[in-house]
Design a protein around this ligand. Structure first.
Ligand code: COI
Length: 332
């Protein structure tokens, strides 16, 4: 009988894991809520493969600890593989991720938050909470009056485009890899500079890579329209957050939607109630009326979580059986 062991299973993932296990009686499934570290790796002893998700790095030591148990088949329940050390290759790891679990979860969140910033919804909520029920000066901007610039036209970017078009916005896009259908329909502008120049809303939908680190910075913000809204539900390192804070101070940007933050590891998905908040820049952004911060929860829907669990287990089982998994990834 094959055995698959899963690390850091949250309460909200448990039902889907149990559903998968019930549908696969030929596989022994075991799990823990603990993260995968050199110390906890031994929990997987006897397993043929592991299913994982964590923002904590998969360090050389962690990978070695698994390899020492003879486990080199590792399936991520998420997309990002940037926290897996290159040693994985040397140790002969076979790795899978779940590149598409619910583009709608993320695109919907981006669209909702962008619309809320345009309507000054947080400002109105705050006024209401203090008993101020006057309209002015909290006037909204309609989505249909905006040009929405979408950077990255993969699965998520494309759903975001459809939603924004549903609201009536004019949508333009930029991507180094052009989608033929979108190209034919004339969505693409020639350069990022063109996109910055024309867009009232700039939304990022690209993975983080070495060459796009801080692609949104003082210089690129200066190229944007006055009163633009910036949306980052992709990856924190794409944005120089201090530069955005400055642009908000200067009144250059109308608002900012931030679901991913360059300093989020160890801060997001933690409860800071009653404790000293560790990041003053993040605190400053959270407190601003025209900034909507969420702790990397754009993905966090029942639909997405189910797909992440089920697809990761499917991938792992395929590898355990010596078959080609649906979504293998290269690391390094
Ligand atoms: C990913 O899938 O890589 C994400 O960004 C979502 C993660 C927080 C589970």
């Amino acid at each position: 009988m094959s055995k698959i062991f899963a690390f850091s299973i949250r309460k909200d993932e448990e039902p889907y894991l149990k559903e998968w296990a019930a549908a696969h009686p030929e596989v022994e499934v075991d799990y823990t809520d603990k993260l995968l570290t050199p110390d906890t790796a031994a929990l997987a002893k006897g397993a043929d493969g592991v299913v994982v998700y964590q923002q904590l790095d998969y360090t050389p030591e962690t990978l070695q600890a698994l390899a020492n148990l003879g486990i080199t088949k590792m399936s991520l329940r998420n997309v990002g593989v940037d926290n897996i050390d290159m040693k994985a290759k040397e140790l002969g790891f076979e790795i899978t991720n779940v590149p598409v679990y619910s583009p709608n979860a993320i695109a919907e969140h981006a669209a909702i938050q962008a619309a809320r910033v345009l309507r000054q919804a947080k400002q109105m909520d705050e006024k209401m909470a203090h008993g101020d029920l006057r309209w002015a000066p909290t006037i909204g901007r309609e989505v249909r009056d905006q040009t929405v610039g979408v950077i990255g036209t993969g699965h998520i970017g494309r759903v975001f485009m459809q939603i924004m078009e549903g609201f009536g916005a004019k949508v333009i896009a930029y991507d180094v890899f052009k989608n033929p259908e979108l190209e034919e329909k004339g969505y693409y502008v020639d350069s990022l500079d063109d996109l910055y120049k024309q867009s009232d809303v700039v939304s990022l939908h690209v993975p983080a890579m070495k060459d796009n680190y801080h692609m949104i910075n003082e210089e690129t913000i200066a190229k944007m329209k006055d009163d633009a809204v910036l949306v980052n539900v992709s990856r924190g390192p794409l944005v120089d957050t201090a530069a955005v804070a400055k642009a908000l101070d200067d009144g250059k940007l109308f608002g900012f939607v931030m679901d991913t933050y360059e300093g989020e590891v160890g801060v997001f998905n933690e409860d800071w109630t009653g404790k000293e908040f560790p990041d003053p820049l993040l605190k400053d952004l959270i407190d601003r009326p025209n900034v909507l911060v969420t702790p990397h929860t754009a993905f966090y829907t029942t639909h997405a979580v189910r797909n992440m669990v089920v697809k990761a287990f499917d991938n792992n089982l395929a590898m355990v059986k010596g078959q080609e998994p649906d979504t293998p990834v290269e690391v390094g």
